[in-house]
Write a protein that binds this ligand. Structure first.
Ligand SMILES: Nc1ncnc2c1ncn2[C@@H]1O[C@H](COP(=O)(O)OP(=O)(O)OP(=O)(O)O)[C@@H](O)[C@H]1O
Length: 416
């Protein structure tokens, strides 16, 4: 067996439970050192496949799927935790390209109201290709703040804010110059995005919501939403002063916190559901829908002061390391429940609408659950504890999500 994480040792001091019902063991592979490894190790009846031995299940990182997916022959029952071209949704530039195309198709086929359901990502341009469009928009909205992000990086690497025309022109020169010697296929892409300047703040701090969505099929689309998630808070108080010393703006939007939450929380959850469904639909025809594959996406969502949710990013490889015991336990449950939904052991009937902490949200169409109490502000299937749909419970759930978890491992000291 490969090494288990230190958290594992403290979280479980019991030995691995035996497979009591005499079924053949599930042979797994895991090439990541994180909580996934602990969950697999502890799962009754699962054994780690030896080198060169066949396996039934693999939990792998994105590099592994990139390097191996074309050479794999998989038996019917085998499961793998990534779709081959997951990057269509998870690379910043491709996500935007797919969302824009989806929006255009909706506009063409169903008109403006339907297309406006895609208006949950800030205005974004992919550079260098859309530089001129970006420049036009930039000039049209002079004075607004933009955020520049490298398309293929994470953890805030290479991100900066700008608000002056000269800055974006200099940047264009810089990327053009550094790309001159390279083959065009290697040009580094960036996204320039309108910066949400009025985030919803809690105690003066900016935060992203991290919500998990499990997709078990793209055609038809079958997606499960996890009831637990968390908020990643910035370590510093939110201020735009870091990008322009003359402009000191410290937002205090928490005054009417309770009232605002109560009146808007139903709509908020509906809007968040819409983000999941629309974004997944935008890549439905693009993702290679291999029945062996599933994907546990970590959605990053930012709320503005009007409680409008904005999609910031979709992660195919969200962090499964923990910054605290509570964080460890939540992620352990999440991954355990993921395996329960994937059901390599074939325990489910296939008709379940709830498995552990997951609620079936979409199954070729919206899923209506019998135990949902209609919300005053809509009937979104976004999960809460037991009385799904009741505004008060949703409010509680939102508060649970907003519970700060120490983020030392996440490098969020600035969060832009
Ligand atoms: N358009 C935006 N408006 C306001 N804030 C933004 C915007 N885009 C990103 N941010 C902030 O910057 C942070 C990092 O952005 P993003 O997630 O896109 O980059 P990343 O490098 O992939 O970071 P990570 O790996 O931590 O998710 C976000 O968590 C969010 O708080």
């Amino acid at each position: 067996m490969s090494k288990v994480t230190p958290e594992y040792r403290s979280a479980c001091d019991r030995s691995k439970p035996e497979d009591r019902d005499g079924r053949r063991s599930v042979r797994y592979r895991c090439n990541t050192v994180n909580i996934a490894q602990d969950v697999l190790y502890r799962r009754p009846g699962w054994v780690e496949a030896k080198e060169n031995e066949d396996w039934d299940f693999i939990w792998c990182d994105l590099a592994w799927i990139r390097d191996n997916s074309n050479h794999l022959y998989m038996e019917e029952h085998v499961r793998i935790n990534h779709f081959r071209n997951q990057f269509e949704l998870c690379r910043k530039n491709l996500m935007v390209k797919n969302l824009k195309r989806h929006r255009k198709n909706l506009e063409k086929d169903f008109g403006h109201t339907e297309a406006s359901k895609c208006d949950f990502f800030p205005r974004t341009f992919v550079l260098p290709n859309e530089y001129h469009l970006c420049l036009e928009e930039f000039k049209r909205t002079l004075g607004s703040t933009w955020i520049m992000k490298p398309a293929g990086k994470s953890q805030g690497k290479g991100i900066f804010l700008f608000r002056k025309l000269k800055e974006i022109m200099d940047f264009k020169k810089h990327i053009t110059r550094s790309d001159e010697q390279r083959d065009t296929s290697q040009v580094e892409n960036f996204v320039a995005q309108r910066y949400i300047e009025n985030p919803y703040l809690i105690n003066g701090r900016k935060f992203d919501l991290r919500v998990y969505v499990l997709v078990t099929s793209f055609v038809p689309l079958k997606a499960w939403l996890y009831r637990e998630g968390f908020a990643r808070f910035s370590n510093t108080r939110y201020s735009l002063s870091t990008i322009d010393d003359k402009c000191i703006l410290l937002h205090q939007h928490l005054k009417n916190h309770t009232g605002l939450l109560h009146s808007r929380v139903g709509t908020l959850f509906e809007d968040i559901d819409n983000i999941f469904v629309c974004s997944l639909q935008s890549v439905q025809k693009v993702i290679i829908n291999d029945k062996h594959c599933f994907e546990l996406y970590g959605y990053d969502i930012l709320l503005d002061e009007n409680l409008k949710p904005w999609l910031i990013e979709v992660n195919a490889s969200p962090s499964y390391v923990a910054s605290s015991r509570e964080d460890y336990e939540m992620k352990f449950r999440l991954l355990e429940d993921t395996l329960n939904v994937i059901d390599v052991e074939r325990r489910l009937t296939g008709k379940e609408k709830r498995v552990g902490g997951f609620d079936l949200m979409w199954n070729g169409g919206p899923v209506h659950r019998d135990d949902v109490i209609p919300a005053t502000c809509g009937s979104s299937p976004f999960p809460s504890n037991t009385h799904l749909g009741c505004v008060n419970d949703r409010e509680k759930q939102l508060r649970r999500l907003l519970k700060p978890i120490a983020t030392s491992s996440m490098n969020l000291s600035n969060m832009f």
